[in-house]
Design a protein around this ligand. Structure first.
Ligand SMILES: C[S@@+](CC[C@H](N)C(=O)[O-])C[C@H]1O[C@@H](n2cnc3c(N)ncnc32)[C@H](O)[C@@H]1O
Length: 232
C-alpha cells in the first residue's frame, strides 16, 4: 500500500512550498539581523489582522512537523479534520494526505483570500482538492458550524484564539479525538495563555509538549465531554 504522502505530485508541491517558505524565513532573519546591526528596532507584528506581515508570510510548519501530523492523523483513522490557520496550505497538504488515506476530509480556515487561493491551488496541484475545503474569514466565525464528529484538530492561527476555537468545537469532538497545537514554545505557560490552559485540563485532555523540527507542538487527546471539569 502506497501512502498518499509518497505520491509524486504531493512531494513535488511540498518540496516547492517548503523551499519558498524557507527562503522567505531566511530573508526575514537577514533583514532583522541587519536592522539589529544598525540599532533599528523594527516593530513586531501584533495581530493576524496586520496585513503587510500576515498576508504574505508563510509562517508554516516544517517537514518533520508535517510528517508527524500526517502519521498521527493517519494512524488514528481521523476522517474529519479541522485546521485553524491554513496560510498557504503547507500543513493542509499533510492533513489532506491523511484524509485521503482515511477516506475523510480536512476543513481548513484562513483570514486572507490570497492565501486561501494559493492553498487551494496547491491542493489541486497535489491532486488533493477533493479532500479539503478552506473557509475564508475569521475562524472564530467560520468554524462554528462544522458538522461533527471531529476526529482531529490542528491549531496554528492566532495563538490567543487557540482556546476559543478549540472550545467552540468541543461539543463535536469525537471520543479520543486528537488536538495538536503549534508554537507552544512561544507561550510562557502563564495563566491565561493556551499552554497553561491545555496542560491544566487533565479531566478533558491528556497532553504532552513535544519539540518537533523547528518548533514545539502540544499533542492532546480529548478524554470526552462527560468528564468535563474546569481546572484552569
Ligand atoms: C502560522 S500561520 C499558519 C501556517 C500553516 N498552518 C502552515 O503550516 O502552512 C497562521 C495563519 O493563520 C491565519 N490566521 C490567524 N488568525 C486567524 C483567524 N482568526 N482566522 C483565520 N485565519 C487566521 C493567518 O492569516 C496565518 O496565515
Amino acid at each position: 500500500m502506497i501512502s498518499t504522502l509518497d505520491h509524486s505530485d504531493l512531494q513535488r508541491v511540498l518540496d516547492r512550498e517548503h523551499r519558498s517558505a524557507r527562503a522567505q524565513r531566511e530573508q526575514r532573519q537577514a533583514r532583522r539581523q541587519a536592522d539589529d546591526a544598525r540599532g533599528v528596532t523594527a516593530s513586531r507584528p501584533r495581530s493576524f489582522r496586520e496585513a503587510n506581515y500576515y498576508q504574505h508570510a508563510y509562517l508554516s510548519i516544517g517537514p518533520a512537523q508535517g510528517a508527524l501530523l500526517y502519521f498521527l492523523a493517519r494512524a488514528s483513522g481521523a476522517r474529519r479534520l479541522v485546521e485553524f490557520g491554513s496560510s498557504f496550505g503547507i500543513s493542509t497538504l499533510y492533513l489532506a494526505a491523511a484524509a485521503a488515506d482515511n477516506d475523510g476530509i480536512v476543513i481548513g480556515s484562513e483570514f486572507y483570500a490570497n492565501k486561501r487561493d494559493h492553498a487551494l491551488a496547491n491542493l489541486r496541484d497535489a491532486g488533493l482538492a477533493a479532500r479539503a475545503e478552506i473557509r475564508l474569514g475569521d475562524a472564530t466565525e467560520t468554524l462554528v458550524d462544522i458538522e461533527g464528529p471531529v476526529d482531529f484538530v490542528f491549531l496554528d492561527g492566532e495563538k490567543s484564539l487557540y482556546r476559543p476555537v478549540l472550545e467552540s468545537l468541543e461539543n463535536r469532538l469525537a471520543e479520543g479525538a486528537w488536538v495538536v497545537a503549534d508554537n507552544l514554545d512561544h507561550l510562557a505557560g502563564e495563566p491565561g495563555d493556551f499552554r497553561h490552559f491545555i496542560l491544566n485540563q487533565r479531566e478533558r485532555y491528556t497532553t504532552r509538549l513535544m519539540p518537533v523540527g523547528k518548533g514545539m507542538f502540544s499533542i492532546s487527546q480529548w478524554c470526552g465531554g462527560d468528564k468535563r471539569v474546569d481546572t484552569a
